[in-house]
Unconditional design. Structure first.
Length: 293
């Protein structure tokens, strides 16, 4: 049975921990005749720590106009009293997602496949790539594909990013780098704070640069893995959303490591994207609080 999304909202909260937060939030929702469906909370320290909450609730007849009113009332009656950072997000409106890729297809195909199966609650607005290689595969899913080449100079990169920004204008709530082998400029990243997710192998910082799997093989590593994180201006240092590892042995070849690494990248990225789309991730400085079901 599919759960109804109509009139359902997710409330995310972060604030200094103190007594009365849960009571105030629950009391407010009760006063509006809202029914709490799911509730998760976490405190870093009951004395002087940070408090995090995710509530999913149903309010009969709620629409976008009603949600705007609810936001104003929550700000006045609850949020200001507890110095909250918060958001109220309608479940009935899927987030718009844009995927950036290059030539490697495993992460991209995993996202498109899960989206087609209904596992990712999003509208994929488009796929943008700096190579035309994967156009047919993307369009087979009924998703628009745009080829935006990136030249070697900084000016070329900025021109390409300007083109992507124009293409995405008004059509994206989340950008996913599905092995997009380009470093984004700080100006581009700053436009989408905590709204760009990247995936890469977890050999960093030990094996930086080209052909990390061969160098890991030569070093005799026993674990390989992947990391999904939000993109910040500091390369590969943004808040981590999800990680996973798998054991390897001396019998695995370099190609084996690459295949196993690709498998982990697909799984880790899809989980991170799913959790973001379901409003399960709260960023706290350079860390994340992830409320998994």
């Amino acid at each position: 049975m599919t759960e109804s999304k109509e009139s359902t909202v997710r409330l995310l909260i972060t604030c200094p921990d103190q007594p009365g937060i849960v009571a105030a939030v629950s009391g407010f929702l009760h006063s509006k005749n809202a029914n709490i469906i799911h509730s998760d909370q976490h405190s870093t320290d009951p004395e002087g720590g940070r408090f995090f909450m995710r509530n999913e609730f149903f309010l009969p007849g709620l629409d976008m106009d009603g949600l705007d009113n609810l936001r104003r009332e929550f700000a006045e009656e609850v949020a200001g009293n507890f110095v909250m950072g918060w958001s109220l997000n309608p479940v009935w409106t899927p987030k718009r997602m844009v995927i950036l890729c290059s030539k490697v297809d495993h992460a991209l195909m995993e996202l498109l496949w899960r989206w087609k199966r209904g596992e990712l609650d999003a509208e994929i607005s488009m796929v943008i790539s700096n190579h035309p290689t994967l156009q047919r595969e993307v369009e087979n899913f009924g998703v628009p594909f745009h080829h935006v080449p990136v030249g070697p100079s900084l000016r070329d990169k900025v021109t390409a990013e300007d083109t992507m920004i124009e293409l995405m204008n008004g059509q994206t709530d989340l950008i996913v780098l599905a092995r997009y082998m380009q470093i984004l400029t700080s100006d581009f990243v700053s436009r989408y704070p905590n709204r760009i997710i990247n995936i890469h192998h977890s050999f960093l910082p030990a094996f930086v640069g080209a052909d990390p799997y061969r160098r890991a093989y030569e070093r005799g590593v026993k674990l390989i893995g992947a990391t999904a994180h939000y993109v910040t201006e500091k390369l590969d240092e943004g808040p981590i959303i999800e990680q996973d590892v798998i054991r390897v042995t001396h019998s695995h070849t370099v190609d084996d490591l690459k295949r196993l690494g690709g498998d982990i990248e697909r799984q880790v990225l899809s989980r991170a994207v799913k959790w973001h789309l379901e409003d399960r991730v709260i960023v706290d400085g350079n860390k994340t609080i992830v409320f998994r079901r």
